[in-house]
Design a protein around this ligand. Sequence first.
Ligand SMILES: [Zn+2]
Length: 328
Amino acid sequence: MPEHIPIDAFDLRVLPAGQKMRVLLDAFPTLSGGVQLPALIVTGAKAGPVLLAVAAVHGNEYEGQEAVRAIFARLDPETLSGVYCAIPVCNVFAYEARSRATPPHLDGLNLARVFPGSAGGSPTQRLAHHLMRMVVRNVGADDLFVDFHSGSEEMNYLPLIGYRDIASASRAASEEAARHFGGAMLWLVDDGVGMFNAETSRLGIPTVGTETTGQAGCRPADVAIFTEGLLNLLRFKGMLPGGPPPRADAVPCRGVSVVATGTGFLRLTHRLGAVVQAGEVLGEIIDLFGDQLQELHAPHGGTIWMQRTCPATRAGEVACILGVPGSE
Ligand SMILES: [Zn+2]
């Protein structure tokens, strides 16, 4: 049986060295018995930094969950320096409901929009509050926080490793970590209010985050990229023997969205990952008779990072996202 620890007292640095632990973090009581978050912990035999990885802030994103479990299974406390801790599921309400956000009968909120949360708020706001405090308590300036995300049911991403474009003490450390992840394109992510990895970045906690296929699935190839990336981050932090992994020197890209102006049926002309020139046609939106409502063009040259997979598209929805090197 896993040990229970109150999440507000959870301190990785007081745990005994050289152990593998499965812990349930008690967060707050509910009518159905209380919110408990699973934690997988490996404390190294030697001292070192903390790497704390979280997955399923959106409940139907699965690749990160498998990656953090794969690393837990693989790590040997004897050869680890520091502490690896993973929370495979953050939004337990949404995971249970197999949905992106918390189900409507609880509050319907997207956990990734409500950080740093509120102790007296609704269930999702309370969850954010306890998660945020737990990360702030355990992840310092020499440590690393990893927030695993994947595309939604209607959106398909290339593997991306991102860090936030937020002027804070941890920006350089976050960028350097992202450059050592490997296997994914470098993404300079705009600030975002209420997002877990934006709020930790703002507080000076070195932070990286991911995207990949998603679609409420779990492709082995994506799990392999996340698992290898997490291993690379452990090596980068000096937590595993063997020296740091290679550094990516590429210019990081920003995401530039191509938005539907009309509601209709989306036809896209390229494959995910295609490299396109500025002005190139990316697709069109047609009405029910097949007549064109909008032709979609690339505003800049870049790589197609994300595409809608559901053709039914509403005005204002993103049809695709281009990764554009160094764009403003
Ligand atoms: Zn997500």
